[in-house]
Design a protein around this ligand. Structure first.
Ligand code: ATP
Ligand code: MG
Length: 373
């Protein structure tokens, strides 16, 4: 069996060992030479070009993705040409477009922040006035790592976007500014034939709008896990998601959870599963898109903590740092994405597992600190 992955980043890279173990061939359509997933058989080409993606899909059994940016026209061309595409265009739409996602969450009755589409300055001003003078404005498409998200108290703070919106630029929405006490993520994997499994709910910690750390499982009140389990499964089913779905959530002080956004692929909040769960999210994604039986999501230890390695201004010689981290922390797993370290860029992660959360977190943070600028 051959899986074709569009996108050559670290998510495609981390599918490679899982593919090897499952006896599956992985082929990657990378954006450029020398990308993180270049260890797999790699074609280089533009994922926005239908002819390129159609040619890549020839000879693979299923097409899946390392990112959500493949345009709908290209996805539909694949389906029309008879290729198996997981997740399919009808599901991916809701990971590509936050306005469409918010509308669909409302239809499904999933808990979410108050929100409104913004097609004019008036729309935004009215929403701010109704929500204590503050809101979170987002571009409907194209955002990542907090780009495309702004907390605003005055419409002038998004004057550039508003100008664009009126002139056919990015479509916008505004959300209430949720006073969350924690951010959570629920991963679920679903096969085309319907079987779905969840991992335990995790806590994600963002710094400068980039995921810095993941704590698994999240230390939440007991009613939250079954609630979120239900929300995630009903989204996966309601949207017809195949493969791994990550539901990012806010936890509020009054014990509610609200859906922030969706990712339909392995997700940073699930990297800990490589070392902390019987089945990693990468293996599960491959199983799911091939409609193979799914693996157990049971934990290998009571606590896992993943800390991202993020490039900084002084992260010149990463090789030395990896050496130092390996030497000092033989009981922590260090993962490198083989990417040049640029400020703010995720270039690897470390995971520690064990019995005691505080001790595990201490070890993971200490190992990751070797990479601090
Ligand atoms: N309505 C909100 N209220 C409060 N904080 C918010 C809200 N929406 C987003 N945030 C904060 O901004 C971060 C980024 O928002 P979001 O996840 O929508 O953007 P993104 O750039 O698409 O992120 P990602 O890197 O996950 O793709 C969130 O993790 C959260 O910390
Ligand atoms: Mg997010």
């Amino acid at each position: 069996m051959i899986v074709g992955v569009v996108g050559g980043g670290q998510l495609a890279r981390m599918m490679i060992p899982a593919a090897v173990e499952l006896g599956i061939e992985l082929r990657v359509l990378a954006e450029a030479e020398g990308m993180s997933a270049g260890l797999a058989a790699t074609a280089v080409g533009d994922y926005r070009d239908a002819a390129t993606v159609l040619a890549f899909a020839e000879g693979v059994d299923v097409v899946t993705f390392d990112h959500e940016h493949v345009p709908q026209e290209v996805l539909r061309a694949l389906v029309e040409a008879g290729h198996r595409v997981h997740p399919g265009p009808d599901a991916l739409r809701f990971a590509q477009d936050k306005r469409a996602m918010r509308e669909r969450m409302a239809e499904l009755g999933a808990p979410q922040p108050d929100w409104a589409p913004v097609d004019s300055r008036d729309d935004l001003e009215r929403f701010l006035a109704d929500h204590g003078g503050v809101g979170v404005v987002k571009t409907a498409t194209g955002g990542y790592d907090g780009k495309g998200v702004r907390v605003v108290r005055d419409a002038d703070e998004v004057a550039d976007w508003l100008g664009g919106a009126l002139a056919g630029g990015p479509r916008l929405l505004v959300e209430e500014h949720v006073p969350f006490i924690r951010e959570l993520a629920q991963l679920v994997a679903r096969r085309p034939s319907g079987e779905a499994v969840v991992w335990p709910l995790v806590q994600t910690v963002q710094r400068d709008s980039i995921c810095a750390e993941v704590i698994a499982p999240a230390d939440v009140p007991p009613h939250i896990q079954p609630l979120v389990d239900d929300v995630a499964r009903s989204i996966a089913e309601g949207l017809g998601v195949t493969g791994v779905l990550a539901v990012e959530l806010f936890e509020t002080s009054d014990g509610r959870v609200l859906v922030n956004e969706l990712a339909m692929r392995p997700h940073n909040s699930g990297h800990w599963t490589i070392d902390g769960s019987i089945t990693s999210q990468f293996e599960q994604h491959l199983r799911a898109v091939l409609d193979l039986p799914l693996g157990s999501t049971a934990l290998l230890a009571p606590a896992s903590v993943m800390v991202n390695i993020i490039g900084g201004p002084a992260s010149g010689s990463m090789a030395d740092r990896y050496q130092a981290a390996l030497a000092a922390h033989p009981d922590v797993k260090v993962h490198s994405y083989d990417k040049a370290a640029r400020p703010g860029r995720k270039v690897g992660h470390v995971t520690a597992i064990g019995d005691d959360l505080d001790e595990v977190a201490y070890r993971a943070r200490a190992a990751a600190a070797h990479f601090d600028a």
